[in-house]
Design a protein around this ligand. Structure first.
Ligand code: PMP
Length: 393
């Protein structure tokens, strides 16, 4: 097959999906008005597929911080920190993240994707083992590939399966990094973290948790699942992103291991890319303060999430195992999922449409993400639309 032939077969296979209007992949957001409102295909829609969990993208303090940073430090850093140098904003945010988690060390990356790529490939290499939960995000899988370490998947959220595999590894368990997530991005379920911590202690392995979807959402100060389970000291590395609760772009890893600082000199996704822009860092710093103090935002988020989860459950939708800011309804066929998604847009609601392999069990998902910025009227509207759908209207 010639180099470019695969594109024709891809386009042929996907012809029907790619011709649907509005586009189901990379839907065109014509205008964005607020954290919860936009216009798509000429319809004003309520946004419930943003991961904007605390609704901070239009927060006045975050906007002001970003504007000030642009005025004072310019629009971009135009290069990597290794070659072009650190801005004081980068260092300041690293310290603030480390302090937030009561950790000694912190590194900021240009995206959450790169935080996983850079941390995993920086920490592990050929001869090491990566034991990852089967539902881990693509950035974790890609980080594993880049590392050259042996990769073994264990059954999703199954400490017994993890334990079995660690036993099988014998002495190699000591050079094993276990990777899990706080809240899983597709079904919104949380990890049995305390049990995973027990496993890693028993086998002298290391544990990394990605708190991308749990930062700002779980825990009294919003650290994530580590805070709820009180295991911050026992988890070796915490990664996360600025692109959800913090409403910016960037990613991080924090740890008490001094080796985290050394990966700056060997992690290709840290070294060979431009550092985050002043505006991104400044708004993330402002948002981190609001997130830490944001108990009222978490209360609002959980009130709305619990309400929608119970409502959808009562209508008979097949949902993930527990309520949370991500509520996903599993559907039987792509045709059914596309029809519902398109009807929702026409009626004024935007949610995410996810197909396998991104969704588990080879079934499509309608994935709804809730924000603290959703008010009661907006939640009434979402509940009403799903009631109508369930009645076949
Ligand atoms: N980890 C998880 C679990 C994610 O869901 C995502 C993005 N959806 C990322 C990492 C990557 O984050 P970013 O968008 O900042 O690259």
């Amino acid at each position: 097959m010639a180099l470019l032939d695969k594109f024709s077969s891809f386009l042929k296979d996907k012809e029907q999906l790619l011709s649907i209007k509005p586009a189901i992949f990379g839907t065109n957001i014509e205008r964005i008005y607020s954290p919860t409102e936009a216009s798509i295909a000429g319809h004003k829609v309520l946004l419930a597929g943003t991961n904007n969990y605390l609704g901070l993208t239009f927060n006045r303090e975050c906007l002001a911080a970003a504007h000030k940073a642009i005025d004072e430090e310019g629009t971009g850093t135009t290069g990597s920190r290794m070659a072009n140098g650190n801005y004081s904003l980068h260092r300041a945010l690293e310290q603030e993240l480390a302090d937030f988690y009561h950790c000694k060390h912190g590194i900021v990356f240009s995206t959450g994707y790169q935080a996983n790529l850079g941390t995993i490939s920086g920490l592990t290499g050929p001869g090491d083992v990566l034991l990852i939960d089967a539902h881990c995000h693509a950035s974790i899988y890609d980080g594993c590939k880049l590392s050259g370490a042996e990769v073994i998947r264990f059954r999703h959220n199954d400490p017994e399966d993890l334990n079995k595999r660690l036993v099988r590894l014998g002495d190699r368990a000591g050079s094993t990094l276990i990777i899990v997530e706080g809240i899983y991005s597709m079904l919104g379920d949380t990890a049995p973290l305390k049990e995973f911590v027990e496993c890693k202690k028993q086998h002298n392995s290391y544990l990394l948790i990605d708190e991308a979807h749990s930062l700002g959402v779980l825990g009294d100060t919003g650290q994530g699942l580590v805070e709820v389970d009180g295991v911050g000291e026992d988890v070796d590395f915490i990664t996360g992103t600025f692109s959800k609760s913090l409403g910016s772009i960037g990613g991080y890893c924090v740890s008490n291991h001094p080796q985290l600082d050394v990966i700056r000199y060997m992690s290709r996704p840290y070294i060979f890319t431009a550092s985050p822009s002043p505006a991104n860092i400044a708004s993330a710093r402002a948002a981190l303060v609001l997130l830490r103090e944001g108990r009222h935002l978490r209360e609002q988020l959980w009130k709305q999430a619990n309400r929608l989860y119970s409502h959808l459950k009562s209508l008979g939708y097949k949902l993930g195992p527990e309520p949370g800011p991500v509520i996903a309804a599993q559907l039987e066929t792509p045709e059914e999922a596309i029809a519902i998604w398109t009807t929702l847009i026409e009626k004024g609601l935007y949610v995410n449409l996810i197909f396998p392999p991104a969704s588990p069990e080879n079934k499509p998902l309608l994935r709804i993400s809730i924000s603290a910025a959703h008010n009661d009227v907006q939640m009434d509207f979402i509940c009403k639309l799903f009631s109508e759908l369930a009645q076949g209207n």
